[in-house]
Design a protein around this ligand. Structure first.
Ligand code: ADP
Length: 434
């Protein structure tokens, strides 16, 4: 019993840095707010970790949009081509999906652009937009590194690639970030949807900001959707106090160390890796597997983020499922090991959801202040497999958001195919506006 108590204490100490208090989260919220202000300001923009990029999308849909649109979607695991038809009856779509092989993802930009010939463009990477159809790629994220693209106008690259292939009918109207597409696709059904959120491979958000607050674009009238690029929050060191030894190890093993620091605490590409690092440490400290040596866990990405979902879903007898997963990984886990692993997964996914909530709280509170309201109702269009499939992520996010932004009544809408439908709607709204 004494040994068990000592083990329990060691586990608690190991996990303590991952457990954030309400004041911790309030501080993250305040830091996000501060970075948002800096990102919007003309003079401070260049040094902000949250880049607050103008999207040149100034209206959400009003339901009068009509027509046929093509959309290309590049930014995650797959590359898709979609045909989107917007009619009085609603929106219908046909799509084809292509998996992007890593040699293409990290090969030459020329080659990658050739892989995605036809049409209009959801491009889920940070771009400096100077118009709806002109966007300089600032940096790749999420494991992409194709050459000769950073600093270039990706719409132009697409047009040139299309020309080389003699796809002369292609007319790129708009470049759309996936967050903006998600907001627009949900905005078609709910006019209160003025925020877009992604929690998938990566994480990011956008929202409707007052033009008078956007120091980086001329003009003071109306609003513009701002692509926050919040995945990079903390790249200036402002979140260092919440990074654990495990987060640092995960960061160091990525192709972009020191970058996308917030994303690496929150999104699907990294949560499994954080858990793996904790389990490795626990194995070394003989807190798992009765101190037996274990080499499997040393393989990068072996512990997938979808395992968190399965493991956290299991209770009581279903703990057997955990052992089945672990056996697949050739880990021979006892009942106690399984319980401990579930605790690790819960700590990691809870922290991710809470940090995401702190970011969102900064957004909704800013919007409420912008509009001079005591209380505000707003909807958030959400996409991303982690948000959609993890059994507790969305509840934890919503619960924490209520605590951090009690004066905002926030409704979450699941986006169905936001990046395709949304890109078409951006094109449609642009056409509508003349
Ligand atoms: P993308 O963001 O690339 O468009 P997704 O939204 O599908 O793609 O997110 C992919 C991410 O979701 C992957 O990082 C993967 O680890 C994670 N994921 C896949 N299945 C699950 C699941 N069942 N539970 C939680 N996360 C998952």
């Amino acid at each position: 019993a004494l040994r068990l108590a000592a083990q329990r204490q060691e586990v608690n100490e190991l996990l303590a840095p991952l457990r954030l208090t309400l004041p911790d989260l309030e501080k993250v919220q305040a830091l996000m707010r501060q970075e948002m202000e800096r990102g919007l300001g003309k003079a401070t923009h260049a040094n902000a970790s949250v880049r607050m990029l103008p999207s040149y999308v100034c209206n959400t849909p009003d339901g009068t949009e009509r027509g046929d649109f093509l959309a290309l979607d590049l930014g995650g695991t797959n590359f898709r081509v979609l045909l989107v038809r917007v009619t009085e009856e609603g929106i219908s779509m046909a799509s084809e999906i292509y998996v992007i092989p890593p040699p293409i993802m990290q090969g030459t930009g020329e080659n990658m652009m050739l892989q995605m010939l036809p049409l209009g463009f959801t491009f889920s990477f940070p771009c400096q937009q100077v118009g709806l159809d002109k966007a300089l790629l600032l940096t790749w994220t999420k494991g992409f590194s194709a050459s000769d693209c950073v600093g270039k106008d990706v719409v132009l690259l697409l047009r040139q690639a299309a020309e080389r292939k003699q796809h002369t009918a292609l007319k790129v109207v708009a470049l759309v970030n996936d967050t903006v597409g998600t907001m627009m696709s949900c905005g078609y059904d709910d006019p209160k949807c003025e925020i877009g959120l992604i929690v998938g491979t990566g994480t990011n958000a956008c929202y409707m900001e007052e033009m008078k607050n956007v120091g980086t674009v001329e003009g003071d009238q109306g609003r513009m959707c701002i692509n926050m690029e919040w995945g990079a929050f903390g790249d200036n060191g402002c979140l260092d106090h919440i990074f654990t030894q495990f987060d640092k190890l995960v960061d160091e093993s990525t192709i972009n160390p020191g970058k996308q620091r917030f994303e690496k605490l929150v999104s699907g590409m990294y949560l499994g890796e954080i858990v793996r690092q904790i389990l490795l440490e626990m194995t070394q400290r003989q807190l798992l597997f009765q101190g037996r040596h274990c080499t499997t866990l040393q393989t990068k990405n072996i512990f997938q983020t979808k395992f968190l979902s399965t493991i956290e879903l299991s209770n009581g007898l279903a703990l057997r499922q955990i052992r089945a997963i672990l056996q697949e990984l050739e880990l021979d886990a006892s009942f106690e090991d399984s319980v401990l692993m579930r605790e690790v997964c819960q700590a990691v996914s809870l922290r991710a959801a809470q940090l995401c909530a702190a970011g969102l709280a900064a957004v909704v509170e800013k919007m409420r202040e912008n509009r001079g309201l005591d209380t505000m109702s707003v909807s958030v269009g959400v996409d991303g497999t982690l948000y959609k499939l993890h059994p507790c992520f969305s509840q934890n996010l919503q619960k924490t958001l209520k605590e951090l932004a009690p004066n905002c009544n926030v409704t979450f809408l699941l986006s169905e195919d936001g990046s395709g439908k949304g890109a078409a709607l951006v094109a449609a709204v642009a056409t509508r506006a003349g």
